[in-house]
Design a protein around this ligand. Structure first.
Ligand SMILES: [Zn+2]
Length: 235
């Protein structure tokens, strides 16, 4: 087979390979994006669960402190009326102590309110994160399944084309192959052009009769304007 015919076959195979790769499309990127999202959501969920734990411990500590302080206040109040106080000075001191302890209770109760609100918000966020994570995992699995199916569907075809490509390039010398690769890249997958009348089909450029004859003789000739490999079938 003439080299120009091999080049035309090669272009055909390369275009099919290009379409196959396009068919796989953006799926690998989408899977990667979802995997990243899954990881960051998992991490943020773990952080919030850790914070929820420490907040729960803080709540218990506050509650215990409030309860013991309240007991202290109750005991002090009992002393006010059980006759153990003998003078006004002792009475005033006792009242001061009670006020001091009551103030501690007041402050701790305020702290407790903040802690409880934090706990409630965290619980809500954790529930939301868990739901989001479920959605992401579901979407990820669907995308992965779809990708795997597509890969399976086209891999056989891709392998066959790659084999075909290997067998074609064996018949083309290295320089021509390099030239082909450059033109294929520069001309977006159209490296070959037919001569219609005396013009290049690809760019419309004029092709001199001598070149037309060489193309008819299956020699390797290129368009002087767009550099594409020229071919012309006998009429
Ligand atoms: Zn041309």
């Amino acid at each position: 087979m003439a080299v120009i015919d091999q080049i035309i076959l090669l272009q055909d195979v390369d275009n099919k390979l290009f379409e196959i790769n396009k068919l796989l499309g953006d799926l690998p990127n989408q899977v990667q994006e979802l995997t990243d999202q899954q990881e960051s959501t998992t991490q943020s969920l773990a952080d919030k669960e850790e914070l929820l734990k420490t907040t729960s411990v803080d709540i218990q500590t506050s509650e215990t402190l409030i309860a013991t302080t309240q007991e202290k206040v109750d005991t002090l109040k009992d002393k006010l009326i059980d006759g153990s106080i003998s003078n006004n000075k002792e009475y005033d001191a006792m009242m001061d102590t009670i006020d001091f302890e009551k103030n501690i209770i007041f402050e701790k109760e305020n702290e407790l309110l903040v802690l409880m609100e934090t706990k409630e918000n965290l619980s809500k966020e954790i529930d939301e994160d868990k739901a989001a994570l479920d959605g992401i995992i579901e979407e990820l699995n669907t995308k992965k399944e779809s990708l795997n199916k597509k890969v399976d569907d086209v891999s056989e075809e891709k392998n066959a084309l790659a084999k075909e490509r290997d067998s074609i390039v064996v018949g083309i010398d290295a320089d021509t192959l390099d030239q082909y690769a450059q033109i294929y890249e520069a001309r977006s997958g159209v490296a070959c052009s037919e001569i219609l009348d005396s013009n290049c089909e690809g760019c419309g450029g004029y092709i001199p009769p001598q070149i037309v004859n060489e193309a008819l003789a299956k020699s390797i000739v290129n368009c002087g304007t767009c550099s594409r490999f020229l071919h012309k079938s006998e009429i």
